[in-house]
Design a protein around this ligand. Structure first.
Ligand code: PNS
Length: 188
């Protein structure tokens, strides 16, 4: 039987609960889903490629048919390299549609055999974007519930290196440590 492999390309800087929602939906309909992080040397991402890969791997650890990779060059070329026949993209609102349509049609022009599949995240994430998460976090606002707790923690560390230093120096492992600390070696 034919196995359908799809890629879910993006910047994921940082990955959000909206991305996770879409990954879950994609994992339910495709046999294999590759979350593909674009290596873009021109952009100056907040999180390094390795950091984004680690976060996404941790977020998707419970999905046996999902894996996380990085790529550069054209998305369509990468899709062919991994034998994918579909590109998954999320559409949150009408405002996404124009850009996504342009990309999908350009990708189709280059590789007509590849199909772009659009899915909608849950309504509660329809306003959510990595850019807004970065901005709100950088300005001290709460991003609780918008990203997984581990990403929230990484953002805090990124924006306040003192927190990272404290965690590195004194991770608790004894009976006073929370489950989170035991699992991650970090204090919340
Ligand atoms: O999460 P993003 O930033 O909206 O993802 C955009 C992404 C990575 C899917 C898009 O920029 C892309 O496909 N870049 C790779 C280069 C490419 O194929 N460009 C032509 C697109 S038609």
């Amino acid at each position: 039987m034919k196995r359908i492999v799809a890629i879910y390309p993006g910047s994921f800087d940082p990955p959000t609960n909206g991305h996770l929602d879409l990954i879950e939906r994609g994992a339910n309909i495709f046999d294999e889903l590759i979350v593909a992080i674009l290596r873009n040397p021109e952009k100056h991402p907040l999180f390094s490629l390795a950091e984004r890969k680690l976060m996404l791997e941790s977020m998707t650890a419970d999905f046996p048919n999902v894996r996380v990779e990085t790529f550069d060059g054209l998305t369509v070329d990468y899709a062919l390299t991994v034998k994918a026949t579909a590109i998954l993209r999320g559409i949150r609102a009408i405002s996404d549609y124009e850009y996504e349509l342009q990309m999908a049609l350009m990708n189709r022009k280059m590789h007509p055999e590849l199909e772009t599949v659009f899915m909608m995240p849950a309504e509660r994430y329809s306003y959510l974007s990595s850019r807004l998460v970065r901005e709100v976090a950088q300005l001290g606002g709460s991003i609780q519930g918008l990203v997984p707790p581990m990403v929230e923690q990484r953002l805090k560390e990124k924006l306040d290196p003192a927190i990272k230093l404290r965690n590195a120096r004194s991770p608790r492992t004894g009976k006073n440590a929370s489950k989170y600390e035991k699992r991650t070696g970090k204090r919340k």
